[in-house]
Design a protein around this ligand. Structure first.
Ligand code: KIV
Ligand code: NA
Length: 256
């Protein structure tokens, strides 16, 4: 049975940890879903596998194209789609238009927006009122890379208080879940205890209500990965070896 946003909130109450990963196409999504991943994020981090340096160039049309492909591969997981940089910050109307297109054209169940208080929380509240499930994302927000870099956030008392307040504002605005990226584990624990919706951590310690990683990092497909990612297998090596073996056999006329 397909997973719902309400179910994830129940799992938090039951203490069941949520397993999330990113996907960018049908093949990857189908594998993740069949392997039992609970939440599949069509993250703008797909920039990595598309050859971009940052997430900023990804367009709404591109993410919709990829989300449609992902959606076709998923039977059980909740599918959440990132709204790309500057497809929701300009105005409420722009956010509604972008989120509406994602839900109508892709069949995904929810969108994710980066940032918190006050403008983003207001936008989130209006999207939720319109019936669009929204996931929040605070701490390190990669769409702000030119302001924040890729450093850990929330290290000072003041910065950690601001992230906590953003998390509270987003919960009040109606997010069904919140990504906490690259913040100290004790801050993530404090936020997770304070909120009744589930937190999904990435580089935010073990006390979150679930974890997400970028699948190209987990599979060792990316050329480089952030310090908090765990590389569970090295597909770059596997693929290189397979291709080299094939090339040798073709050149030596051993295959076919
Ligand atoms: O795009 C992405 O992969 C994300 C996750 C890091 C949460 O936003
Ligand atoms: Na993202």
């Amino acid at each position: 049975m397909a997973i719902t946003t309400q179910q994830l909130i129940q799992w938090k109450q039951q203490g069941r940890s949520i397993v999330a990963l990113t996907a960018w196409d049908y093949a990857i999504a189908q594998l993740l879903d069949a392997a039992g991943v609970d939440l599949i994020l069509v993250g703008d981090s797909m920039a990595v596998v598309l050859g971009y340096e940052t997430t900023l160039p990804i367009t709404l049309d591109e993410i919709i194209y990829h989300a449609k492909s992902v959606r076709r591969g998923v039977k059980r997981a909740l599918v959440v789609v990132d709204l790309p940089f500057l497809t929701y910050q300009e105005s409420l109307q722009q956010a509604m238009h972008s989120a509406g297109r994602v839900l109508k054209e892709t069949g995904a169940q929810a969108v994710k927006l980066e940032g918190g208080y006050p403008a983003i929380a207001e936008t989130v509240a209006r999207l939720v009122q319109a019936g669009i499930p929204v996931m929040g994302h605070v701490g390190l927000t990669p769409q702000s890379v030119h302001q924040l870099g890729l450093r850990q956030q929330g290290k000072t008392q003041e910065a950690s208080e601001r992230i906590l307040q953003e998390a509270i504002a987003l919960e009040q605005a109606g997010v069904f879940s919140l990504v906490l990226e690259h913040i100290p584990a004790d801050l993530a624990m404090q936020i997770s205890q304070k909120l009744s919706i589930p937190t999904i951590g990435i580089g935010a310690g073990i006390h979150c209500d679930g974890q997400v990683l970028v699948t190209s990092d987990v599979l060792g497909l990316a050329e480089k990965h952030p310090p908090f990612a765990k590389v569970y297998t090295n597909l770059r090596e596997t693929i290189t070896k397979a291709v080299q073996d094939y090339a040798v056999e073709v050149r030596e006329r051993k295959f076919p």
